[in-house]
Write a protein that binds this ligand. Structure first.
Ligand SMILES: Nc1ncnc2c1ncn2[C@@H]1O[C@H](COP(=O)(O)OP(=O)(O)OP(=O)(O)O)[C@@H](O)[C@H]1O
Length: 219
């Protein structure tokens, strides 16, 4: 589904942050992406989301060479990917419910077809009583769960999550992990960037470890 071949990335004239990355994200796969702070996990997620282009090498996403995709086609391709940013990126003028429903609204779906699903997912992530609240009122952990719900609601083909359990306690982290596993069982390929060894130890999953710009993969 996503293929990297000898990919390198540098910001501006700076040093190469990622070097010679060659790997695949297969359909329906589940993997953790880890490595020390500053190793380039967020950068790699941005490459996977096509919000950064490689400075060398090839990235093929959904069969397309990312370097040759016209900018006008990127939003359509990105809609096939759910992403949870480290800084959440919720829209402050929309309620929690509206933020989570947004990907479906953008697709032109009628609210009747999704309202129950959105409410159910919000309940599952523990936001059942925060539905009509605006994001500035939510705690960090609540924002994170709203961002996760928004990334999952449209059952993307790929889910990318940057430290998705960074702001919640261990029982909620376990609950969110179960949600990612369930989504994966339904067919979504999942990539979770995390430092949380406790979280990774709960699942037998592929581990992608970034160090010094290089990637090692343990199947
Ligand atoms: N927009 C940018 N311009 C220049 N350098 C950047 C930019 N974004 C990230 N970097 C640098 O790239 C390197 C990798 O950063 P990145 O955020 O990808 O690491 P990370 O593994 O996600 O770190 P953390 O675990 O702390 O979130 C760091 O040295 C960082 O300073």
């Amino acid at each position: 589904m996503i293929h990297f071949e000898n990919v390198g990335l540098r910001y501006g004239m700076g040093p190469e942050i990622l070097r010679d990355l060659t790997f695949d994200i297969p359909k329906r796969s589940f993997q953790f992406l880890t490595g020390p702070s500053g190793a380039g996990k967020t950068t790699l997620l941005r490459l996977l989301f096509m919000s950064l282009k490689p400075t060398r090498g090839l990235i093929r996403t959904f069969g397309r060479d990312v370097n040759t995709i016209p900018p006008g086609e990127l939003p359509m391709l990105r809609r096939r990917i759910g992403i949870v940013f480290q800084d959440f990126r919720l829209l402050d003028h929309l309620t929690t419910y509206e933020n989570v429903a947004l990907p479906l609204r953008v697709r032109g779906k009628d609210e009747i077809t999704y309202k129950t699903d959105v409410l159910e997912l919000l309940k599952w992530v523990g936001l059942g009583d925060r539905i009509n609240v605006l994001p500035p009122v939510l705690s960090g952990g609540e924002k994170q769960r709203a961002a996760i719900a928004r990334a999952l609601i449209d059952r993307p083909e790929v889910l990318l999550a940057d430290e998705p359990t960074g702001n919640v306690d261990p029982p909620m982290a376990r609950r969110l992990l179960n949600l990612f596993l369930e989504l994966n069982r339904l067919g979504t390929a999942v990539v979770i960037a995390t430092h949380d060894l406790g979280l990774m130890d709960q699942v037998e999953a592929r581990r992608m470890i970034l160090t010094g710009g290089h990637l090692d993969i343990y199947e």
